[in-house]
Design a protein around this ligand. Structure first.
Ligand SMILES: Cc1cc2nc3c(=O)[nH]c(=O)nc-3n(C[C@H](O)[C@H](O)[C@H](O)COP(=O)(O)OP(=O)(O)OC[C@H]3O[C@@H](n4cnc5c(N)ncnc54)[C@H](O)[C@@H]3O)c2cc1C
Length: 377
């Protein structure tokens, strides 16, 4: 039986709006509601002490796609759909920066780069992607920068091509969520961390939630519910095209005289690295063991770890001593459809999930759109 006082029940269990999930999407959804409905009671509920998905576990690339990734996407979807996705990423990044301010997310305009291991027709490929992007950015987005291969210290017998994208940068995702939380607090949104929503039930009048925190069960009710639990939404929406994907990251010690500066990708966006001061953050590699990485469990896949360390030694920081200082994983949400799933589940319940591998760029817009679905006009 729930052990809850009259006062607690009166003040903490009855809301106008509840948002589930304090990743980037849930935070932006709650922000939108609090800004639009000044007198509404709004709660944000998160199962982890810190968000336990992807938003504070990622690499902090403020990016919208590398050449090989866009080429891969072009084979999987129509140019129109691809342009919609790219536009969402570009506009989403703008919204994130405008809303929180560059200082509050540590935005750095450090440029994006891609490594190539063969340069067959690279000039022509760059031109084709620039042409595709022209309706969105009427400047040359990608340029060949082979002269930087030596400057960044890559093994030049392996890395034979390098492209640059001046429209990409990096952020500190921890600072981003920290700043979002601060904003939510200033707008009187009640944030419940370490609180899992076990289930919800909709009746004609209200939506009833069962919460669990430290083995304490609490019932809550709300008029509107916004679900922003990314991959974990599968638990309640089994029919939807959502599946989990684990991502892995490792971070080195300070490497003296590190020459790398910026956000880098290779192999279709499956691998990425950046510097954090003189440290190197490297992640990705899911593609070598997709079966085991299609999981809701955090953890480290040794095959992938080995491959990443090998790449560091072979061509990223050859001839440099380094060791791994920390490593972690996060869980993303994917689908056959590369666009996010933003949907009205019922009159009073909406869903904004399936952010894919570039959710930092689209999270602000997905959050706002998901909130709009249940906001009374
Ligand atoms: C290793 C890695 C690297 C990445 N790198 C980048 C990058 O550089 N750039 C980029 O743009 N994107 C990157 N991404 C992707 C990006 O981080 C995600 O797409 C984005 O954070 C998803 O945001 P979200 O709010 O939808 O989901 P999440 O951040 O996963 O938030 C969902 C939240 O819901 C909570 N939750 C789930 N179920 C419940 C429940 N029942 N009750 C209460 N709470 C619940 C979870 O604990 C979680 O905190 C990366 C992802 C990973 C894993």
């Amino acid at each position: 039986m729930e052990n809850i006082s009259f006062w607690e029940k009166k003040w903490f269990t009855n809301y106008d709006y509840v948002v589930i999930g304090a990743g980037i999407v849930g935070c932006f959804a709650a922000l939108k509601i609090a800004n639009e409905k000044k007198n509404a009671k709004v709660a944000l509920i998160e199962r982890g002490i810190l968000p336990l998905g992807a938003s504070t576990k990622n690499a902090g690339f403020a990016c919208f796609g590398s050449i090989t990734e866009i080429e891969k996407n072009r084979k999987e979807m129509s140019d129109d759909d691809l342009l919609s996705l790219l536009e969402l990423r570009i506009k989403g990044l703008e919204k994130l920066r405008n809303n929180l301010g560059d200082k509050n997310i540590s935005y750095s305009n450090c440029n994006g780069y891609e490594l190539f291991f063969g340069i067959d027709a690279l000039d022509r490929r760059i031109h084709k992607i620039n042409e595709l992007l022209n309706p969105l950015i009427d400047k040359k987005v990608f340029s060949l920068r082979n002269k930087y291969i030596k400057r960044f210290g890559f093994a030049k017998e392996i890395v034979v091509g390098l492209t640059e994208n001046k429209f990409e940068g990096s952020i500190d995702p921890g600072k981003m969520i920290f700043s979002l939380k601060k904003k939510l607090g200033s707008l009187s949104v009640d944030c419940y961390f370490s609180t899992e929503v076990e289930s919800f039930e909709e009746t004609s009048k209200k939506i009833y939630l069962k919460l669990n925190s430290s083995n304490q069960s609490i019932d809550m009710k709300t008029n509107k519910l916004v679900i922003c639990t990314n991959a974990f939404a599968k638990k309640w929406f089994d029919m939807e095209d959502i599946s989990p994907g684990r991502g892995f990251i490792l971070l080195t010690n300070n490497i003296p005289d590190l020459k790398i500066n910026g956000c880098f990708h290779y192999n279709g966006g499956y691998y990425y690295f950046r510097n954090i001061g003189n440290r190197l953050l490297l992640g990705g590699g899911r593609e070598i063991d997709i079966k085991n990485e299609t999981t809701y469990s955090f953890g480290i896949n040794n095959r992938i770890r080995q491959k990443l360390i090998e790449d560091l030694k072979r061509f990223i920081v050859p001839n440099k001593d380094f060791h791994i200082k920390s490593e972690w994983s996060g869980i993303m949400g994917f689908g056959q459809n590369k666009l996010p799933l933003i949907k009205k589940f019922s009159e009073n319940i909406s869903l904004g999930v399936r952010l894919g591998g570039m959710g930092i760029s689209i999270g602000s817009i997905v959050g706002e759109k998901t909130a709009e679905l249940v906001l009374d006009k």
